[in-house]
Design a protein around this ligand. Structure first.
Ligand code: CA
Length: 235
């Protein structure tokens, strides 16, 4: 199965072994020896799944999950030597997708990762990526990448982008955006414009002359994914 996996594990032998078995199943693996390293990688690369050890030097797996879940919904499989950790992970609602108790045979780990990925892919919606320019937006995972590198967006910025992109070319008023993204009927609608400006600075070549996030006067904002450049007799 084609998937990019990040293995966070401080014991090099375990990490290598897990990586070997996952790659044998057709997955691509990256190894992070600490939670700090993993956060750096996750900020700039896209992974389909994370395997997380709890007992790590420095930041532990619990704290890692807490930080990760502020703005990332990448699936996480927790692997821990202590069964009691399961209570903490699940009890605190830290957002792990699966919990596996160590020791676990690498072959079994790989099989469970595959099963989870299959469930996630077949589940709710097939992963639908939206491409515009050299950007790729994954609305499910709330991740925007440009040429494979992650673009840092806040949760609201992603929500606005996904909302506008799913409007099918129809302009949305600031009120509609506000109600959808902020989940409130009343409030200061000018905040929407502030967020649109921020988004434009991140995705537009010239934020003053936006190509993707258009202003439709009197109507609101519209997402225009652009068209593929076609060679024509006029080129
Ligand atoms: Ca460990």
């Amino acid at each position: 199965m084609d998937a990019r996996i990040l293995v966070i594990e401080d014991e090099p032998d375990l990490a290598r072994l897990a990586g070997m078995y996952l790659e044998r199943e057709g997955m691509t693996c990256a190894l992070a020896p600490s939670a700090e390293d993993a956060l750096v990688r996750l900020a700039s690369e896209r992974f389909d799944l994370v395997i997380l050890d709890i007992n790590l030097p420095g930041m532990d797996g619990f704290e890692f999950l807490r930080r990760l879940r502020r703005d990332d919904r990448v699936p996480v499989v927790v692997v821990s030597a202590r069964e009691a950790d399961e209570d903490v992970v699940l009890g605190l609602g830290l957002g792990a997708d699966e919990f596996i108790v160590k020791p676990v045979a690498p072959r079994v780990l790989a099989a469970r990762v595959q099963a989870l990925l299959r469930r996630l892919r077949e589940g709710s919606t097939a992963r639908r990526l939206l491409r515009f320019g050299d950007f790729e937006l994954d609305p499910e995972a709330c991740v925007l990448t440009r040429g494979g590198r992650r673009v840092g967006l806040s949760g609201k910025e992603v929500d606005i982008l996904v909302f506008l992109a799913s409007a099918g070319g129809r302009p949305s008023t600031p009120k509609e955006i506000y109600e959808k993204v902020w989940g409130q009927v009343y409030g200061d609608l000018s905040i929407v414009g502030v967020y649109i400006q921020r988004l434009r600075r991140k995705v537009e070549e010239d934020p003053a002359a936006p190509r993707f996030l258009e202003t439709v006067y009197g109507k609101g904002y519209r997402f225009n994914p652009g068209e593929l450049k076609r060679a024509g007799p006029w080129d």
